[in-house]
Design a protein around this ligand. Structure first.
Ligand code: ZN
Length: 344
């Protein structure tokens, strides 16, 4: 399933991008970097960046070799007609929604969740615990059209940001995944992103590798339980990374984006045309990660930055530890500065 593109420099990469490789630099406007961004003489390796066909093949392989533990299905089709695949593993009473690549040019979240899915189908004790206590719904590529074009948004003329479309539901991806959300009624949701820029932790020169997105809306718009659950999910994630090298965790900037997927999962109140809003949202916690981007770390490191905290949150949700997790450290997590921090 690998598309191996070991390249000597980003100059080579960008030159190749015009032909075979999607351009990594053209999707976002130029901006002033805070930390190191892609440099001309920087070694860049794009090994194991999963494209849509890779996702299809890998989901099929995992399902076939899972001895019935993993079920793969489609919830609809994208604007260009690609099947919107998701996998289900486990049969526990609470459902966990694990979403990747709603922004098509944020590359490594797809590979990371496929790795997590593969491990969830394994004989490892932690995976068995998760399967017994959770039903995990994995969306490796929410935006396959954008992924194939290597752009953030949809490929329709409106270039819709799919993470701003759970009010208008202009895109078929939004309708299909909203219906899946309604049907599987997840208690927890985790959404994986990459930063577009390389900031530092505020007040330091420490390169920020990981930002925790504990809130996509103001906490005043959540229930007290939701805000507590979000912070617990955030702290489990941050604590899991504390033993993984110099990650230099920061908090994502405080935002209040009501038409984002996670926001509407928490607030409810909207539905696609012809559908009824869900009366009481099932979702008690919904957070996101922002990881450094391609060329700033090795692929394996980038995938670890997604995979390590994701597995920790799954484990904590399965064990019940989330409900009593110590969130007192949340407020003290620093923000980042210098460099635009992607756009969740
Ligand atoms: Zn994003």
């Amino acid at each position: 399933m690998r598309r191996t593109l070991a390249l000597a420099s980003s100059a080579t990469l960008l030159a190749a991008g015009a032909a075979a490789v999607p351009s990594l630099a053209s999707a976002e406007p130029a901006h002033q970097p805070g930390g190191p961004c892609l440099q001309d003489n920087q070694k860049v390796s794009l090994a194991s960046v999963a494209g849509y066909d890779d996702v299809v093949r890998e989901l099929d392989r995992i399902e076939r070799t899972s001895q019935g533990l993993v079920d793969v299905a489609s919830t609809g089709t994208s604007g260009e007609g690609r099947e919107l695949f998701y996998a289900t593993v486990g049969d526990g009473p609470e459902t966990f929604w694990l979403q990747a690549r709603i922004h098509g040019n944020e590359l490594h979240s797809t590979e990371a969740v496929l790795q997590v899915l593969d491990q969830l189908a394994s004989a490892a004790p932690w995976a068995a615990d998760v399967r017994e206590n959770l039903t995990v719904v994995v969306l490796p590529m929410y935006n396959p059209d954008g992924a194939e074009a290597n752009i953030r948004q949809s490929t329709t003329p409106t270039r819709t940001d799919l993470n701003r479309d759970w009010e208008n539901f202009a895109q078929p991806e939004s309708v299909a995944f909203w219906e899946l959300w309604r049907d599987v009624a997840p208690t927890y949701a985790l959404d994986l992103h990459h930063m577009s820029e390389a900031p530092v932790v505020e007040g330091t020169d420490d390169l920020n590798q990981f930002q925790i997105g504990g809130r996509s809306i103001d906490p005043s718009r959540m229930t007290a339980e939701q805000w507590l659950t979000n912070r617990a999910m955030a702290m489990v994630s941050v604590d899991a990374l504390s033993s993984y090298g110099p990650v230099n965790v920061a908090k994502y900037p405080d935002i209040d984006i009501t038409n984002a997927v996670l926001s509407r999962m928490l607030m409810g109140g909207t539905a696609p045309a012809g559908e009824q809003p869900v009366a009481d949202t099932p979702t008690e916690g919904a957070i996101f990660y922002e990881v450094r981007s391609v060329g700033q770390k090795s692929n394996g490191q980038l995938e670890n930055l997604f995979r390590i905290p994701t597995k920790a949150v799954l484990t904590a949700a399965a064990s019940g530890d989330l409900t009593s997790y110590d969130v007192s450290g949340y407020e003290a997590i620093p923000y980042a500065e210098r460099g635009q921090c992607g756009a969740f």
